[in-house]
Every structure is written in structure tokens, then in C-alpha cells.
Design a protein around this ligand. Structure first.
Ligand SMILES: Cc1cc2nc3c(=O)[nH]c(=O)nc-3n(C[C@H](O)[C@H](O)[C@H](O)COP(=O)(O)OP(=O)(O)OC[C@H]3O[C@@H](n4cnc5c(N)ncnc54)[C@H](O)[C@@H]3O)c2cc1C
Length: 431
């Protein structure tokens, strides 16, 4: 059992900013993250560059280390542990352990994941999530000279394509499903945020030789003759369909917030996002939420929201940050509008297309069912190790089904570890 005045779940940009602000104001702060290192998605650990000390990531991690906050990596929060405690599972040592953390104030900074939509061939080796492929490459996966198609939707596509080129890939095509008519007003709205224009320009500079097409999406991933790997991606603009030969497909359809912990704790929601006030307080006393679970709006939003929550925990004024936070919120709303999914994407899966990869459930078994509970009972869809994190958002897009309940443990936990915890013994819960 560990105690903190401020407990932060998630060490991405939002959690790091929150922890720094709280710890620098003298609060005993603990940050938990399930990855081996802090940084979240965008500051994920990777190969060090010559100028790494000048990066925002280095400066933030350095400041976190000096702030006095305790960073515990390799801890995955899977349940609450009473009114002011949560439980995390850790496998950093030799054994898998369950640890309980008591808090006075809790900041949820659990980030987002990619949305995947099923289409024929999307389970072929060689088809990756866009951010997933980037993460692998940053971790050492060699991509030198490989032909890559980047497809789907969202600003992440450009970032991923540019990074893959920097790592030596030949990005042969970027297919963005959003039509130019939606992207144009978004691009114009960026004049108020010069830093984002600069970032975009930097990406475009890496991609000046790569065809980038709006209103274009993948309809099928085509296998090699032996069916074992990817040969090409079939792209369409709704009128014309053509095959783009490639070795890899990096495909993602914007992001989905990681809100399972907030649901489990009982936070109120506004649509798919956690409802927060201007201090990032949720509907629960003592619980704050920052970053992507409150709206998909990128790193600048995550940083300012994190700082606001950390200061609010310390009882400090956040007035000077409110205008920035509001501008970033507006940016998030523009993103959502520009990258809305088109109707055609909902009809790509054929009866044979696997929708739930963990339990191998094809589309044909889901057609005609009435909702999540029905699908779980009839097919085990969403009941595998990812617990619906991948097929859930896909089914919401395809059929409008919403997950009906979130139950502990949020992630698979070894039964022996679960049984050893006092809270489990006391509550008598089943694993
Ligand atoms: C796969 C992927 C790749 C991306 N790549 C880029 C990019 O190249 N460029 C760019 O501009 N933006 C990128 N983004 C978007 C970017 O990550 C976000 O805008 C920004 O990082 C949001 O910061 P955050 O702190 O809210 O969340 P995140 O950075 O996602 O951090 C959340 C952290 O919380 C941890 N966590 C979640 N749940 C738990 C739990 N239960 N227990 C313990 N820890 C938990 C996660 O593992 C993660 O480390 C990417 C997003 C994704 C999903």
C-alpha cells in the first residue's frame, strides 16, 4: 500500500504536466504508467538523436525527475480499491504483484488509442495500426526501403508518414478518407495556431515526393499468392478503385479515448468524453481528468490541461492558462468535425471479415444481433484479452452499439496476484 496526496494515472504529456505542477507545489505525488518508460504515445521511448537534450520530451522528463514526483513505470491500473484508492498490477520485478495506492486527489491521464475499422484483409501480416507501426519503428523495427501505404483518417497519418520516411521507409501513398471540403476549413482555422502550422509544414517537407490524396480510403488489403503477406492495398475514392503495391499498410481511423477507468470510477460523461470543468475536475470530488479522455485535441491540449489539474490540486490559480486551454479545446472540436468518418467505411466488411480478432468473430455472426450484450452472449465478441478495446469502437461505428458495462479487472490480471490482495480478500470478488 502506497499513499499519495496526488496520484496520477498515465505518464503521457498530460500526466507528466500534471505531476510536475503538483509536485513543484510541494504535494506528495506519484505517477503510474503501464509502459516501461514515461512519455505516453507521442514521447514514447526510442532511439536517441544527437539533439535529444533540446527536445520537449527531454525537458519535460528532466523537469519531472527534478520535481520530486515519484514515477512508477510498469504499473497498470485495473480497478478501484475503495473510495480513495486504486489497484495496479505490476510485473517489473520477478513476480507479478498487485499494489494498492491510496490518494487524496486523483488525476486520470489515460490518453487514447487508435480506432480500427474492419475491411477485407485487415488482419493480414503487414497491416498495422498507423501509430502502432510508428511505435514499433521507434522501438527498433527496421523499415528501411520498405514500401508503405499510410491510410485512414486524422492528423496522425501525416505525422506517422513523415516519421516513417525519416526512418528510411518509402511511403508510396497517403490516403485520407476526409474530403477536401471538410479539411479546407480546418486548415484555414489553423492560422490562429502558428506552432501547428509549423509542425504541419515540417511533415509536408518530409513528404514532398509522396502522393497525398483526400477523399480516398482502403477497401481491401490484398494478400500475396501464398496468402501469407500483404501484396497491395486496394484504394478507392468512391468512383475509381485501384491497387497500390506495397510491403506494409499503416492504417488508423483517428483516436478513441481510454475512458474505461473513468467509467469504472463513476465519472459523468459528455458524449464519449469525460465531463470536466475549467479546473479539469470530473463529477466526482477529488478526481480530475486531463488529456485525450476529455476530448481528442493533441499534445498542446494535454500539456495545458495537465498543468491546470496539477495547479488546481495544489489550490493555485489557473487563470493564466484558461485562454490557452479554451483555444486547444476549440482545436479539438475542429479536428472532430474535419475527420468525421464517411458512411462508406461502415460497409467495407464482408460476411467473412473478422471483426473481433481476439475471439475470431466474423461479420456474418454479428449481422442481425441487437447490441453488445447480445453479441457477447452469442459470439464472445469483445470478451478476449483486449476486452473490446479494438472491436468495441469498430462496432460502435458499424452498428451504433455502445459498451454497456465496464467491469474490473480492466486488464487481464493473473488470478494468483489478484487473490493475494487484501482488498480482494475483503470484497470477496471473483477474478
Ligand atoms: C498510437 C498513437 C501514436 C501517436 N503518435 C503521435 C505522433 O507521432 N505525433 C503526434 O502529434 N501525436 C501522436 N499521437 C497523439 C498523442 O499521443 C496525443 O495527442 C498526446 O500524447 C496525448 O497525451 P496524453 O497524455 O493525453 O495521452 P498519452 O500520450 O496516450 O498517455 C497516456 C498514458 O497513460 C497510460 N495508461 C493508460 N491507461 C492506463 C492504466 N490503466 N494504468 C496505467 N497507465 C495507463 C498509457 O499507457 C500512456 O502511457 C499518437 C496517439 C496514439 C494513440
Amino acid at each position: 500500500m502506497k499513499e499519495a496526496e496526488v496520484l496520477v494515472v498515465g505518464a503521457g504529456p498530460a500526466g507528466i504536466a500534471a505531476a510536475i505542477a503538483a509536485a513543484e507545489h510541494g504535494l506528495r505525488t506519484i505517477v503510474l504508467d503501464d509502459n516501461p518508460m514515461a512519455g505516453g504515445q507521442i514521447w514514447r521511448a526510442g532511439v536517441r538523436t544527437k539533439n535529444h537534450k533540446r527536445t520537449a520530451k527531454y525537458r519535460a522528463l528532466d523537469r519531472l525527475a527534478r520535481s520530486g514526483a515519484e514515477l512508477l513505470c510498469g504499473y497498470r491500473v485495473f480497478d478501484s480499491g475503495g473510495a480513495t484508492a486504486i489497484q495496479a498490477v505490476s510485473d517489473v520485478g520477478r513476480e507479478v504483484l498487485v499494489a494498492c495506492f491510496q490518494y487524496k486527489q486523483l488525476i486520470l491521464a489515460t490518453g487514447a488509442r487508435e480506432r480500427f475499422l474492419p475491411f477485407p484483409g485487415w488482419t493480414l501480416p503487414g497491416v498495422f495500426g498507423a501509430g502502432g507501426l510508428e511505435a514499433l519503428v521507434r522501438g527498433g523495427y527496421l523499415i528501411d526501403g520498405k514500401r508503405v501505404v499510410v491510410a485512414g483518417t486524422g492528423p496522425l497519418l501525416l505525422a506517422v508518414a513523415a516519421h516513417l520516411v525519416e526512418f528510411g521507409a518509402r511511403v508510396v501513398y497517403v490516403a485520407e478518407q476526409a474530403p477536401i471540403i471538410k479539411l479546407a476549413p480546418f486548415t484555414v482555422s489553423l492560422w490562429k495556431q502558428p506552432a501547428k502550422i509549423l509542425q504541419g509544414a515540417h511533415y509536408w517537407a518530409s513528404l514532398w515526393r509522396t502522393p497525398y490524396r483526400t477523399g480516398c480510403w482502403p477497401s481491401e488489403a490484398l494478400p500475396s499468392k501464398d496468402g501469407k503477406e500483404l501484396r497491395a492495398v486496394r484504394l478507392t475514392d468512391g468512383k475509381r478503385t485501384w491497387d497500390e503495391p506495397c510491403d506494409l499498410l499503416a492504417c488508423g481511423f483517428h483516436l478513441v479515448p481510454n475512458t474505461e477507468l473513468a467509467v469504472l470510477l463513476g465519472c459523468a460523461f459528455q458524449g464519449e468524453f469525460v465531463q470536466v470543468d475549467t479546473q479539469q475536475r470530473t463529477s466526482l470530488p477529488r478526481v480530475f481528468c486531463v488529456g485525450e479522455p476529455t476530448g481528442i485535441a493533441g499534445i498542446d491540449s494535454a500539456l495545458v490541461q495537465g498543468e491546470i489539474a496539477g495547479l488546481a490540486c495544489a489550490g493555485k490559480s489557473t487563470k493564466h492558462l484558461q485562454q490557452r486551454a479554451e483555444a486547444e479545446r476549440a482545436f479539438g472540436q475542429q479536428l472532430a468535425k474535419a475527420f468525421t468518418l464517411r458512411q462508406e467505411l461502415r460497409t467495407l466488411a464482408t460476411p467473412e471479415t473478422v471483426v473481433c480478432r481476439c475471439e475470431d468473430v466474423p461479420m456474418s455472426k454479428l449481422n442481425g444481433l441487437t447490441g453488445w450484450t447480445h453479441a457477447k452472449l452469442q459470439t464472445r465478441c469483445g470478451m478476449g484479452s483486449c476486452q473490446g478495446r479494438i472491436c468495441g469502437p469498430a462496432l460502435e461505428s458499424l452498428f451504433g452499439w455502445k459498451l454497456v458495462s465496464v467491469r474490473p479487472p480492466l486488464f487481464p490480471v493473473p488470478v494468483h496476484a489478484l487473490c493475494s490482495t487484501e482488498s480482494h480478500k475483503n470484497s470477496g470478488r471473483d477474478a
